[in-house]
Design a protein around this ligand. Structure first.
Ligand code: UDP
Length: 326
């Protein structure tokens, strides 16, 4: 039986990956320090013999007994609100955490896939973004802690591949949405859905002319799975090229949720990328992958999920106490 380590297992992408690898018949070892993740996302896996959970921060040395076939490194704060609140932890998990997991992969002879991001392109001057674009990132801006950690993650992963012959994969993940996103993590899908459900106005940052391209979770997980099982070592974009402005997106959510909320405009956060759309030529050619879920259908599903949450969860404004400094 394949043994697979998934870091960030209690998070949004990590928990869906745990489900997928359990369904594929693997023994899954989930690891998380629970700083932004939540055990309720994987509670349904605890009774399974093929699942085990380790409460551990991968920025510290990682030790595991036994063989390990695959490692998927998905531990990281991933929303602007989180990495602004816990910038040092964000830098550490992308750098030291990746280093520790590459070391573990080398020791165990595992294949390792690391979760990179469209943020490596920064505020892109090339549109749509293909994998050969080097990006336009401010190292010292508020997003620098995330963007530069992920860029370092890519560099050190390629170094381990070239220098040690490690079997590595790099996925560049574009905006993804689905169940188990934290309602109050600040990302635009849960933000707008939560506002619509609480009867609040939708907060569009800037004039809403900035664009994003949203991928449904099932498509994202399929792309990651195919990349892991391929033999392709260079980075691959996984995202849905269906691009929208944030203002149109807010209007779409108001229509979909059947609410009469107004749109109000707030200041655009610093370094908020003006445009983002993946070029997925490489994923199509190499992985025979492309997204299948239309945004309208995906948003409907995620709305059903948010609607099913308890009124207390809907009202929670702050999910975690980030006050402890490192
Ligand atoms: N955004 C917004 N209102 C919100 C939350 C986000 O207009 O309440 C905008 C944000 O400024 C950005 C886009 O939505 O332009 C996507 O933001 P998100 O934080 O989801 O991800 P990003 O792609 O910026 O990392």
């Amino acid at each position: 039986m394949k043994r697979t380590l998934i870091t960030g297992a209690a998070g949004f992408l990590g928990s869906h990956l745990c489900d997928r690898f359990i369904a594929e018949g693997h023994h899954v070892i989930g690891m998380d320090n629970l700083i932004t993740g939540d055990l309720k996302n994987i509670a349904h896996l605890f009774p399974l013999e093929r699942f085990e959970f380790h409460h551990h921060d991968v920025s510290n040395f990682v030790h595991l007994e036994g063989k390990l076939d695959y490692i998927l490194h998905f531990a990281s704060p991933a929303s602007p609100i989180d990495y602004l609140k816990i910038p040092i932890e964000t830098l550490k998990v992308g750098s030291l955490g990746t280093l520790n997991l590459l070391g573990l992969a080398k020791e165990k002879g595992s294949r390792i896939l690391v979760a990179s991001t469209s943020e490596v392109y920064g505020d892109p001057l090339v549109h749509p973004q293909n994998e050969d674009y080097y990006g336009n990132v401010s190292p010292i801006g508020p997003r620098g802690v995330y963007d530069e950690a992920k860029r370092f993650m890519e560099s050190i992963t390629m170094a381990y591949h070239r220098h040690h012959g490690l079997d590595t994969r790099i996925v560049r993940i574009f905006n993804t949405y689905g169940s188990r996103m934290r309602l109050n993590d600040g990302r635009v899908v849960p933000a707008f859905m939560g506002q619509a459900l609480r009867g609040e106005d939708l907060t569009v940052f800037g004039d809403g002319s900035q664009t994003r391209s949203f991928t449904y979770i099932d498509d994202q997980i399929e792309g990651i799975y195919r990349l892991l099982m391929s033999d392709y070592v260079e980075p691959i974009n996984i995202g849905n090229p269906d691009e929208t402005t944030i203002l149109e997106f807010a209007e779409e959510i108001i229509q979909l949720t059947g609410t009469n909320q107004k749109i109000i405009f707030k200041e655009l956060p610093q370094d908020d990328p003006l445009q983002r759309q993946p070029d997925i030529t490489r994923a199509k050619e190499i992985l025979n992958w492309e997204p299948r879920v239309h945004r309208r259908d995906g948003l409907q599903k995620v709305f059903e999920y948010f609607k099913s949450l308890s009124p207390e969860e809907l009202q929670k404004k702050e999910h975690r106490d980030f006050s402890s400094k490192q």
